[in-house]
Design a protein around this ligand. Sequence first.
Ligand SMILES: C[S@@+](CC[C@H](N)C(=O)[O-])C[C@H]1O[C@@H](n2cnc3c(N)ncnc32)[C@H](O)[C@@H]1O
Length: 239
Amino acid sequence: MGTEQGEFWSRVASRYDEVVDRQIGAGTRSLVRDRLAEEGRLGDLVEFGCGTGFYTSVLAEKADSVVASDVSPGMLTLARERITAPNVTFQVEDCHQTSFPDGAFDTAFMSLVLHFTEPDRALAEVRRVLRPGGTLIILNLDLLALRGVDRVRALVRIVYQGFAGYRVKPPKRLGRNMLTRAQLCAVLGTGGFEVECAEVIAGASRSSNIPVDYVRAVKIPVGDRPHGATVVDRAPGPG
Ligand SMILES: C[S@@+](CC[C@H](N)C(=O)[O-])C[C@H]1O[C@@H](n2cnc3c(N)ncnc32)[C@H](O)[C@@H]1O
C-alpha cells in the first residue's frame, strides 16, 4: 500500500496545493492553519503525511522539535524546500509502521491522511509512538457530513479536479476509507484515545465545500473508558 501511495503522491506533489484547494474549497486549509496557531505548546511533535509542508511551519512555531514525515519522497522534497525552521527534520515514513521508538513524541499531527490509510493500523502506530498522555491532532475530511446535492457536487468536484489537475491514474481505492466525525471519534475511543474536542471547520463560501473535522485526542492507557467528546461547530454549516 505504502509504495504505491508514495509513488502516486510523488508524481502529483508539485500540483497538490492547487488541486486540493479546488477539491475541498479554497480557504479551508488556511482556516485550519489559523486554528492550529491557537494551540498551546506541543513539545516534540511528529507530523504524518506532511505533504508539501502546508502546516509544518505553524507546527514548528508551537513545537520544540518537529519530525515532518511522509510516505512520498517527492512530497518531502517540496516540504524541505519550503520549510526553513531550524527545529524541523524530514523523514520518509509509512504511518502504518514507522521506525520511531515507543513513546518518542508529545504530539502527533496528521491532516487529510487517515482516509488514505487503514485507519485502525495507522492509529495504533500513532498511539505507539506517543508518550502516555500525548496528544493526537487529526484533520479528517468529512464528505459524508454533506447531504443530498451538496454531497454529490463535492464528490464530482473531488474526482473531476483530481483527474484534471493531476492527470495521473490514482492507485485503486485511493481515499476510500473516509470516516465521518462520529466514526472517527469511535475508532479513536476503541483505539486507546480519549477525544478532548471535535470541531468542524468549513469555508462558508460554497455549500459544497467539504467540512474538515479538527479532532484533538489524548493517549490513555488501554482499558480506561474514554469520556464523551466535546463537539463544537466553529464555522457556519456547509448548507
Ligand atoms: C492529501 S495529502 C495531505 C498533505 C498535508 N497533510 C495537507 O493536509 O496538506 C495526503 C498525504 O499523505 C501522504 N500519505 C498517504 N499515505 C500515507 C502513509 N501510509 N503514511 C504516510 N503518509 C502517507 C501522501 O503522500 C500525501 O502527502
